[in-house]
Design a protein around this ligand. Structure first.
Ligand SMILES: Cc1cc2nc3c(=O)[nH]c(=O)nc-3n(C[C@H](O)[C@H](O)[C@H](O)COP(=O)(O)O)c2cc1C
Length: 321
């Protein structure tokens, strides 16, 4: 077994957390990851209270956490109180300033995990009291920024070692197997946050056609873009883009977001209908560069255990050399 500060502090078997993925990480996925010895997260995302409460029920009493998109939570802060009442294993904030929420989470005695995309935001997260920082590189599926996992993780690790040594660090973005887990530990992380690889699991709520498209794709087939958010009418802050599979929609609009805005009404309706239908040529599949490493859709518990077993063998191989 791989023992790290993360497994010790949160009593985990494996140093693996599943990402709180919008519209994909429901209670079943989160619970499966926790039951396999990692820690699973419900994707509270844009803050649909009924959906989130149902997800907690579906987790069936498993110890799971919940994540929010921070800039969106700021529009309905009362939702945080409702989720904290459910005693989540941890509260995960990403994409925005965690400061307005940090005290309430600390008072509830719930660990705060902040996902960041820059060193500056990691420093800020540590300053406001994050217990765990997730350094997310641009390889990641879904929203993020520009820095690469390979340099962001060790840079944040070095800063934390000097200025906030009790704050744990996770790597995110591009981790799909034991190689990614072992490499992350070598970069100075205490564990990993896995999104796309667990998005392609039997418990995920992702549309099966989208999972099929991701399995068929390579990392070359992804792009970071904003056109999906324009189509959905979501007011994401300009610094964030999202990684998705390229398709006819991104081919047409990626370099012409102004044109998309002019046709927003019809294109939004077309995109949303395609999302419901799993039409991957119009609606974009949210997945990271690890699309090129996803070869099937297995139960989440198997994915977690295989990742840990492979990493352990790799790390032992090096220690014996
Ligand atoms: C389908 C999908 C949806 C996501 N939704 C969210 C979200 O709602 N909130 C969040 O903090 N991160 C979200 N992410 C990003 C993850 O938190 C994580 O950083 C990312 O998946 C890690 O990179 P990987 O996909 O290469 O594993 C999402 C990722 C994917 C693939």
């Amino acid at each position: 077994m791989i023992r790290t500060r993360l497994t010790a502090r949160y009593h985990l078997t494996h140093p693996i957390l599943s990402a709180p993925m919008a519209l994909a990480s429901g209670g079943a996925l989160a619970a499966a990851v926790s039951r396999a010895g990692g820690l699973g997260f419900i994707g509270g995302a844009y803050g649909d209270a009924a959906w989130i409460m149902r997800a907690f029920q579906e987790a069936g009493g498993a110890r799971v956490g919940c994540g929010f998109i921070t800039w969106k939570l700021a529009e309905t802060p009362e939702l945080l109180t409702r989720v904290l009442e459910r005693r989540p294993a941890a509260l995960f904030l990403s994409f925005g300033d965690p400061a307005p929420f940090a005290d309430q989470i600390a008072t509830a005695g719930v660990p705060l995990i902040c996902q960041v995309q820059t060193l500056r935001d990691a420093q800020h997260a540590a300053d406001v009291g994050a217990d765990v920082i997730v350094a997310q590189g641009a390889e990641a599926g879904g929203h993020g920024e520009k820095r690469a996992t390979m340099t962001l993780v060790p840079e944040v690790a070095d800063w934390l070692a000097v200025h906030a040594p009790d704050v744990l660090l996770l790597a995110a973005g591009g981790i799909a197997d034991g190689r990614g887990l072992a490499a992350s530990l070598m970069l100075g992380a205490d564990g990993v946050l896995v999104g796309s690889r667990l998005w392609a699991s039997t418990e995920s709520l992702a549309h099966p056609e989208m999972v099929k498209a991701a399995i068929a794709a390579t990392g070359d087939d992804t792009i970071r873009s904003t056109v999906m958010d324009v189509a959905r009418g979501l007011n994401w802050p300009a610094r964030y883009t999202a990684r998705v599979l390229k398709n006819a929609f991104t081919d047409r609009w990626h370099d012409d977001p102004g044109g998309l805005l002019r046709l927003a009404e019809t294109e939004a309706a077309r995109w949303s209908a395609a999302w419901e239908a799993g039409d991957v040529e119009v609606a974009n599949t949210f997945v990271g560069e690890v699309a090129g490493l996803i070869r099937g859709c297995e139960p989440a518990g198997e994915i977690v255990r295989a990742m840990a077993t492979e990493a352990e063998a790799l790390l032992q191989g090096f220690s014996g050399a």
